[in-house]
Design a protein around this ligand. Structure first.
Ligand SMILES: CC(C)(COP(=O)(O)OP(=O)(O)OC[C@H]1O[C@@H](n2cnc3c(N)ncnc32)[C@H](O)[C@@H]1OP(=O)(O)O)[C@@H](O)C(=O)NCCC(=O)NCCS
Length: 92
């Protein structure tokens, strides 16, 4: 319904006003067998290739990608084996 976008846009506007250069965020892929293509794979192997072919599935990653955020990193196994924390950033 546009509520998520409105909240993030308000945060970005305020951060910009206060002189922030960029926003970083982490999105845990921790549910069940995982939601994104980063779940249950070896993220130490060809991570650039995995970013290029990233599939968000039902995960909130799709929301952040829609808002212009880019994947800037990952913490493998942050929430248990095969359950990473995915890092996004936006410099716009
Ligand atoms: C993720 C969340 C904030 C999105 O809020 P929302 O109000 O549904 O988002 P919006 O309606 O503003 O969506 C903005 C755009 O992102 C898209 N979008 C929203 N959720 C999406 C998802 N899970 N996957 C792909 N796209 C998504 C919308 O379709 C919309 O696209 P459009 O501009 O083409 O219409 C909300 O689902 C939520 O609170 N989830 C539970 C908590 C959570 O995941 N928080 C984030 C923790 S890191």
């Amino acid at each position: 319904m546009g509520i998520g976008r409105a909240i993030v846009t308000a945060l970005e506007d305020e951060a910009r006003k206060q002189g922030a250069l960029t926003i970083y965020l982490g999105a845990d892929d921790e549910i069940g067998n995982g939601e994104t293509s980063f779940a249950n794979v070896d993220l130490y192997e060809d991570f650039p290739g995995k970013i290029k072919n990233f599939i968000p599935g039902t995960h909130q990653s799709g929301f952040y990608l829609k808002l212009g955020y880019k994947i800037i990193g990952v913490m493998p196994d942050a929430n248990g084996i095969g359950k990473p924390d995915i890092y996004f950033g936006n410099k716009e």
